[in-house]
Design a protein around this ligand. Structure first.
Ligand code: CTP
Ligand code: CA
Length: 224
């Protein structure tokens, strides 16, 4: 009798999603960043919204445009800004998927003027950023918390450690070793690792299809 609603399995669910890289300022014209395109997180946001979810997407700097008007987007630049936005929205959400490639370190001091070229060597001192995902794992109540793991060695083992350490319900292991997987591509190859250590590998697929696989698993697990 409720066929219309059954097509929107995420109706009434609030999602918090992070995507893209962060930029950590060195001086007014330079930053430390990474090659994340944001495509994976944007795909998850679009598909979740199309399944009825209310989505807040916290996005680092990307060239992407959202296709779905029902996604609320919050633009941030640095890890610190992303942390603050995530903290603000987390207690109102049911599911959080943190796909952003957050910088692990930022320059300890930001030069107020453009750094001039002088010495042959220049040393930058870096300070660890706050781990957004771990911070949400610490304050988690009944939210379903999903992280990503990018590994180049001991992939499954490292992903399982991250899942446990950050108090996650699910971790999406992204392997850079596979062809057609990773940062600037339109396809991805993932392995889902669950809280009870189930390992579910998926083939290389377009990122939109990967997003569906991840959301399908979350819907199953949460009976959404
Ligand atoms: N993450 C985060 N905040 C950070 C660093 C990472 O929220 N400051 C999140 C990422 O969005 C991802 C997960 O943590 O969901 C794992 O990121 P990853 O870089 O694979 O792991 P790290 O814990 O940063 O450890 P390392 O880079 O040393 O492997
Ligand atoms: Ca990292």
């Amino acid at each position: 009798e409720n066929d219309i609603l059954s097509k929107l399995p995420l109706k009434g669910k609030k999602f918090l999603i992070t995507a893209g890289p962060t930029y950590e300022a060195i001086d007014p014209v330079r930053f430390i960043g990474n090659h994340s395109s944001g495509k994976m997180g944007y795909a998850i946001a679009e598909i979740a919204a199309s399944l009825g979810a209310e989505v807040v997407l916290i996005s680092g700097p990307t060239a992407l445009k959202l296709e779905n008007d029902f996604v609320k987007i919050i633009h941030v630049t640095s890890a610190e800004e992303m942390y603050n936005a995530a903290q603000e929205y987390f207690d109102k959400c049911n599911m959080a998927i943190l796909s952003a490639a957050v910088a692990d370190y930022r320059p300890s001091e930001v030069a107020s003027e453009k750094i001039k070229k002088k010495t042959d060597d220049l040393t930058l001192q870096l300070t660890k950023t706050k781990d957004i995902l771990a911070s949400l794992g610490e304050i988690k109540e009944d939210q379903f918390l999903v992280g990503f793991a990018l590994e180049t060695e001991n992939e499954e083992e490292n992903a399982k450690l991250k899942l446990k350490k950050k108090n996650l319900d699910l971790i999406v292991l992204n392997s850079l070793r596979d062809k057609g997987a990773g940062f600037q591509t339109d396809t991805n190859k993932i392995t889902l690792i669950t809280k009870d250590n189930k390992v579910l590998p998926f083939p290389v697929k377009p990122k939109k299809e990967v997003a569906k696989d991840i959301l399908e698993y979350i819907i199953e697990q949460t009976n959404a």
